[in-house]
Design a protein around this ligand. Structure first.
Ligand code: SD4
Length: 322
């Protein structure tokens, strides 16, 4: 039998817990609007959002939308994500991706070669293994066992040209800035108000063999907390990882900040760390809160993000620190 002291303790604790969760999410329940929306990074996000929207407009799940959406980019010959992308400095294309749903389920692959849709392998890791992350030959072995075709090992013509060009000097000074990006990150909310996110990349062009950036790292390149919001990152992954970028943005939204302000706070933190080097790189975050409000902020000019909902489909130039 529960005694009076324990009862008082339990009831104080539960009302405190309610107050805390209300304060940290800071979003009144009645303000929640279950309108589907999808937001993704860079100009390629417009086409990717179309793929996601096919799922969302039919009442589908945000998780399916963010997978289908970025698969459009992974397949696109005109983009820099997926097997058509630039290789590492040894001439091999290596891919990273992750996905996260509304219940903290997540899956990730890194340093994956010769598989066309790393995002789907990441989802399979999430759904079919007790793990979150598989890398390298182990990730590929798992993909093949799951029936993903092993593609030919080759460089697509544009990537081959770019690589041969790079080899002429062969200077190892990788940097991700506005001319040089190769990722798509996507966050979405479905008609039930559930959030999910995905992120897929070929990483940094001509990177060191085995280098992995932020994109497949849950908390860095992507984070989803269905009570609060979702965030994805793009840009120089090393600098996103060191501040646990996407997770930190979500935590700022939990404190009540708008998506844009939350992204800005983390960008400012990166700028403080990078000091005078902050102007040489690009980092940007795109975030969506539980009310379906989207926002973004970049370190430097030149970043845009794409949004699609029932009333709009557009590319927005993000505000930036510099
Ligand atoms: C990485 N964040 O591997 C990725 C690269 C990127 O646009 O976003 N490029 O560091």
């Amino acid at each position: 039998m529960i005694n009076r002291r324990k009862f008082i303790h339990a009831s104080v604790f539960s009302s405190l817990a309610g107050a805390i969760s209300q304060r940290f999410t800071n979003i009144p329940k009645e303000a929640l609007v279950n309108q589907p929306v999808v937001v993704s990074t860079w100009d390629v996000g417009i086409e990717a959002n179309k793929g996601a929207w096919e799922v969302l407009r039919n009442g589908g799940r945000a998780l399916d939308a963010v997978e289908q959406g970025v698969m459009v980019t992974e397949s696109s010959r005109s983009c820099c994500v997926g097997l058509q992308a630039n290789p590492d400095r040894d001439g091999y294309v290596t891919l990273d991706a992750c996905i996260m749903d509304e219940a903290f389920n997540c899956g990730s692959v890194a340093f994956l070669e010769r598989i066309k849709h790393p995002i789907s392998v990441a989802r399979r890791v999430m759904e079919k293994t007790p793990h979150v992350m598989l890398v390298g030959s182990g990730a590929r072995q798992f993909a093949i066992a799951e029936g993903f075709p092993l593609e030919e090992e080759k460089l697509y013509p544009e990537a081959k040209k770019a690589y041969e060009n790079w080899l002429k000097k062969g200077i190892y000074a990788p940097v991700i800035n506005i001319e040089n990006h190769d990722t798509i990150g996507m966050v979405a909310m479905d008609a039930k108000g559930n959030l999910s996110g995905s992120c897929t990349t070929s990483g940094m062009a001509f990177k060191m063999r085995g280098r992995v950036g932020d994109s497949p790292i849950i908390g860095a390149g992507l984070f989803v907390d269905n009570e609060v919001g979702a965030c994805t990152a793009t840009g120089q992954g090393e600098d996103v990882i060191r501040v646990a970028g996407s997770h930190t943005v979500v935590e700022f939204m939990r404190q009540g900040m708008s998506p844009e302000t939350a992204c800005k706070k983390v960008i400012e933190r990166i700028a403080r760390i990078k000091k005078d080097k902050a102007k040489d790189i690009q980092v940007a975050f795109v975030a969506l809160n539980k009310r379906g409000q989207a926002g973004s902020f970049a370190l430097n000019k030149g970043f845009s993000y794409a949004i699609r909902n029932n009333s709009t489909e557009k590319l927005i130039t993000a505000k930036s620190l510099f």
